[in-house]
Design a protein around this ligand. Sequence first.
Ligand code: SAH
Length: 218
Amino acid sequence: MNQADTFRHRGMRKKLVELIKSRGIIDAEVLRAIEVVPRHLFAFESAFIERAYEDNAFPIGEGQTISQPYTVAYQTQLLEVRKGDRILEVGTGSGYQSCILAEMNSRIFTIERMKSLYEKAKTTISWLGYSQVKCFYGDGYEGLPTFAPFDKIIVTAAAPYVPEKLILQLKVGGMLIIPVGSGELQVMKRFIKFSAHELKEEVYDYFKFVPLLHGKRN
Ligand code: SAH
């Protein structure tokens, strides 16, 4: 990693924050995190380093994408991050979302099923110094039973259904944010775990994610 974060990049992030605000994101901590985390350092292809502060998704290799900044902000705002929260993220991808959450003073456990992405993200995250993010190579449908329960769970790939194991690994009072659907678009849902057996489901907007797939890949 030999990229620098410059005055120019910081200027582009300020503009990105204004854009995201104009689209309805109001959580000041989310906006601050977007302003601080250098998204261009999560781009591996030079063509996208230059375009990192447009409000678009872009490819990160292996047919996967870093989510659009607005989508990252939207999911993060729904997560209502509190200092010290233990958060499970399914779908590390580039590691950008993990760093946004870490910037908000939570502890992140993030899983990726593709080995090369897991390795790249781990390098980026540690280079940026976010030591409160722990990366795992595995299948997010299984969650991380060893580190459960979690205050919050965020899934950043399109789930055909809500994985039961993730609900089980959520604390009572905790919440799960997950895009659900197997078609072209998925609907963002938030589940709040009221008691061991009671879930409240809230339905939000439509988004387009890469699919949540079963099993690990080398
Ligand atoms: N949060 C990411 C965006 C990731 S795109 C970021 O900030 O860059 C979704 C990621 O989920 C992809 O990298 C994909 O490989 C991963 N993924 C898909 N199914 C998975 C599963 N079952 N377990 C873990 N990761 C999975």
